[in-house]
Design a protein around this ligand. Sequence first.
Ligand code: SAH
Length: 347
Amino acid sequence: MIDKILRDYDRTHTLNARDIHYILEHAEEASEPLFEKAREVSDRHFHKKIFVRGLIEFSNYCRNNCFYCGIRHDNAEVERYRLSTESMEAAVKSGVAMGFKTFVLQGGEDPDFSDDLLADWVRRIKRIDDEAAVTLSVGERPKSVYAMWKEAGADRFLLRHETFDEAHYGKLHPRAMDRTRRIRCLEDLKDLGYQVGSGFMVGSPYQTTENLVEDFLFLKRLQPAMVGIGPYVSHHATPFKDFPNGSVELTAVCIAILRLLFPKANIPSTTAMQTLAKDGRNRGILAGANVFMPNLSPSAVRRRYALYDHKAAFALEAAENLEELKDQIASLGYEIVMNRGDYTDKE
Ligand code: SAH
């Protein structure tokens, strides 16, 4: 059956809901031929090159209370921090010195970090390197604010939809959070001309195979430039602390499905993969991922940006170990390239 699905894929260049459902339900037997096909598609578009992005986690203050997330508002154990403009600039400058051409500013929805200040930061990064791409990952805002940041020079925006199913969304989030609003944000961002990334967690509490199929179908409609997914990883101080972690294997299968659905999309092998398996990053790449996001946050705050327990942030996750990462990726048969790695839908 998997052989037939992959043969049909060669003809149609897509997967339908039934194919995706079958693959997810037979992940173990499907994985090898699926990974092989995903690598073939990935290699055709990216020629065994891996793009890197310097990730700067600039604030762990958050107004929200997502049940899965370690930096949720009500977690009183978190030592909260917010980078100063100077330390953000120092992180960017060290990234520029290492050759990074994309910087990702990620944070909680920090109510005391003004929208104007973030616009100022975008302009500052562009002044440090006017060729660098700036990606924002700061949650939900009105369209006018997204427009202001775009005007300031932001190129890309990451906002995972987390789960498309309304009932499932309601089980992962408090009532104040609204799936419709999140999806409207994604539409606004697309409309404004951002390269937009979305995505979901694999193995989040209460998730069903049908939920995952809906996630893929939603992404097919959205046509994102980037898709970030990772296994759900438990955090000890959240309402979901007793739920098991998601599976690295199933996440790799989902990465491969994404690669088949979105041949040219930028798909990272995420930190959550590496957190749950010592070869997690490699397994993402061998399933069709083409991006890796080393951590450029000042090392003193890295541990405090803990969305989940035991986050990988110091070995090859760390931007300062870029040279070792390059060697390791080379031993897999891939090459890290230091360019912007913009999304393009051209061949
Ligand atoms: N506040 C921003 C950034 C969120 S953090 C926003 O709302 O977009 C980035 C991603 O980490 C989230 O979108 C979520 O999918 C993921 N995440 C959060 N908690 C997690 C957990 N416990 N396990 C795995 N991934 C998690």
